[in-house]
Design a binder for this molecule. Structure first.
Ligand SMILES: [Zn+2]
Length: 166
């Protein structure tokens, strides 16, 4: 029997929707536990970054590997039908992400992209390493980096890559 009215149901569903982003929650909780304070989904910033730490001038995106096309990642699969549609959609997503990063950098923000696969799964060692990398980046003055693709030690190359491609 359905005892939940529509409004309540949609409220529950939206709550589920928000909490369903497990990887992002993992990162948030870990940062909070380490004493970092942040704002979430800051809509006034380009791309409304997921986690914003004004004190560190840091904007963090936790990107789903499928929608945002994590290069070389096993989760960045291509659907078997409507390939043209998906190709276009993915290209648009990637282009939008890039523009948002560039705008944020121009505004003086530092930007970190954390790919969801680095926060997923039962390998707690991997998740722990991801979080340590995020913390290291926060305390650095590196302007742009990705986790886990590239070592944060070598981000000069990353910034060049970002500028070259644009
Ligand atoms: Zn990935």
């Amino acid at each position: 029997m359905d005892t939940v009215d529509r409004a309540t149901r949609s409220k529950i569903m939206s709550k589920v929707g928000r909490e369903a982003t497990g990887p992002e929650m993992k990162l948030r909780k870990a940062l909070f536990a380490r004493g970092f304070r942040y704002r979430l989904n800051v809509k006034k910033l380009p791309g409304s970054p997921d986690i914003v730490l004004p004190k560190y001038k840091a904007a963090i995106f936790v990107h789903g590997c499928f929608w945002h096309r994590h290069e070389g990642c096993k989760y960045a699969t291509m659907p078997k039908s409507r390939v043209e549609f998906w190709t276009k959609k993915f290209e648009d997503n990637v282009a939008r992400d890039r523009r948002n990063v560039e705008k944020l950098l121009e505004m003086g923000w530092r930007v970190l992209v954390v790919w969801e696969c680095s926060l997923k799964g039962k390998d707690t060692g991997k998740v722990e390493r991801t979080i340590e990398e995020v913390v290291r980046w926060l305390k650095s003055d590196v302007r742009f980096a990705e986790v886990p693709n590239d070592s944060i030690d070598d981000v000069s190359g990353l910034e060049e890559k970002l500028l070259d491609d644009s």
